[in-house]
Design a protein around this ligand. Structure first.
Ligand SMILES: Cc1ncc(COP(=O)(O)O)c(C=O)c1O
Length: 408
């Protein structure tokens, strides 16, 4: 707020495909798919038409109790059919953070229903980002997001993102009988694009099973073809107990998220009397948002953006690798999914006093949007980006790095 208060805001007025226009009519390449969500690209009239049709038929109606609507049922069935989860059930929400809170409460509620209410502890990973609702803020793997709000959920801990042994050690330290769940993104996104080491998830899955800890995958960024499949985690051949999704499910055309839950975890709530899951929100199962998601899924399937995504991933990876030799760049992280990070050297950040915000601003002034985090610039374009546009993205970023280097 303080930064924005000092200058004019950047007003986005229109968008089409991978392009945005500001209020003055200047054009920018959307190198981040807005906030990692616009997988099918902007301006899809097919989604707009589906929204119009649905909102004119049934705008919205609650799905509390036994209320339902056709788009919510159809979407849930479609998501369940694709999810690598046993006997899947779907809970719909309005976004990612809300879904994380839902999954965390469900995990704790599950153990309480099984007569193990002491299983409350939640483990997450360094750099992990799970939204900024109550539980999300409590388990986030970046301390700065947790500071200044007093006491949050206390039965939580964070382990190094790249060590399965660290998870096992933490489960043993806390006591398996106290641990409810482990949260992990297939590839860490907002925390800076960190890829799991070889064999990591197979080992995680084994450890969670061994100690009875629920394995919750946060696919909010990695889902809906960004990693070339539906939920990202399929890349690693494991089957989690819950999958949290949002963003790409509707490509952001309308807000939507949810949790796919293993039937075994849902069972105490469905099949035991007196065990309600007293949780939900006003707009859960919003039929118009669900209609947008289904039109989005139609596009993903019809244009086979899963295969396209794998090709874009390779091209983006090789284009970003071209920046590795830049004097300001410490490393490039990419190669799994359509996302990448260009991390600046400590020398650039500390001795030269360069900030990623400055590189971001310079890149934007040259017509390309990237995303700054404290040490890196992140990219995650819509999956419909062309090779030429990827090269434009990386060469513009290189030009911005040169210009910033010259100033310092
Ligand atoms: C992996 C992950 N989980 C959860 C969230 C939170 O989603 P939302 O901002 O919709 O609450 C995000 C948002 O960036 C995310 O990247």
């Amino acid at each position: 707020m303080n930064t924005v208060a000092k200058g004019p805001e950047f007003v986005v007025s229109r968008a089409e495909g991978v392009w945005l226009w500001d209020q003055y009519g200047d054009r920018y390449l959307d190198g981040t798919a807005s906030l990692w969500y616009c997988n099918v690209g902007h301006g899809r009239t097919e989604i707009a038409d589906a929204v119009h049709r649905q909102i004119s038929t049934l705008d919205a109606y609650t799905v509390y109790g036994d209320f339902a609507n056709a788009p919510a049922i159809e979407l849930s069935e479609r998501l369940a059919a694709h999810a690598p989860v046993d006997d899947p059930r779907v809970i719909l929400t309005c976004g990612g953070g809300e879904s994380i809170d839902t999954a965390a409460k469900l995990a704790r509620g599950y153990w309480a229903a099984l007569g193990q209410p002491e299983r409350q502890h939640l483990i997450s990973r360094t750099g992990g980002y799970h939204g900024l609702n109550g539980f999300g803020t409590s388990i986030i793997g970046m301390d700065r997001f947790r500071e200044g709000y007093g006491r949050l959920v206390e039965e939580t801990s964070v382990v190094p993102y790249d060590s399965a042994e660290a998870l096992e050690a933490e489960i043993l330290r806390v006591g398996a009988h106290r641990v409810a769940a482990f949260f992990a993104e297939p590839v860490i996104g907002a925390g800076g694009v960190f890829l799991p080491p070889e064999g990591y998830f197979a080992e995680i899955s084994r450890i969670c099973r061994k100690y009875g800890v629920l394995f919750i995958v946060d696919s909010v960024i990695c889902g809906f073809a960004r990693m070339g499949n539906w939920f990202g985690i399929e890349r690693f051949g494991v089957s989690p107990d819950m999958i949290v999704f949002a963003k790409g499910v509707s490509s952001g055309y309308l807000p939507l998220g949810g949790v796919v839950v293993d039937g075994r975890v849902a069972d105490p709530f469905w099949n035991q009397e007196g065990n309600p899951f007293l949780h939900g929100t006003t707009y859960a199962g919003h039929p118009t948002a669900c209609a947008a998601a289904m039109a989005n899924m139609d596009i993903l399937e019809r244009e086979d953006l899963f295969t396209v995504s794998r090709e874009v991933e390779r091209h983006l990876d090789s284009a970003l690798r071209g920046l590795e030799s830049h004097p300001l760049v410490a490393e490039v992280r990419s190669g799994v999914g359509v996302m990448g990070a260009v991390e600046l050297t400590e020398e650039a950040l500390t001795e030269r006093g360069i900030t990623t915000a400055e590189v971001f601003a310079e890149t934007r002034a040259r017509g390309v949007i990237v995303r700054p985090v404290p040490k890196a610039l992140l990219v995650s374009p819509p999956l419909v980006v062309t090779w030429e546009q990827i090269d434009h993205l990386t060469s513009t970023l290189a030009g911005a790095l040169d210009a910033v280097m010259e100033r310092h």
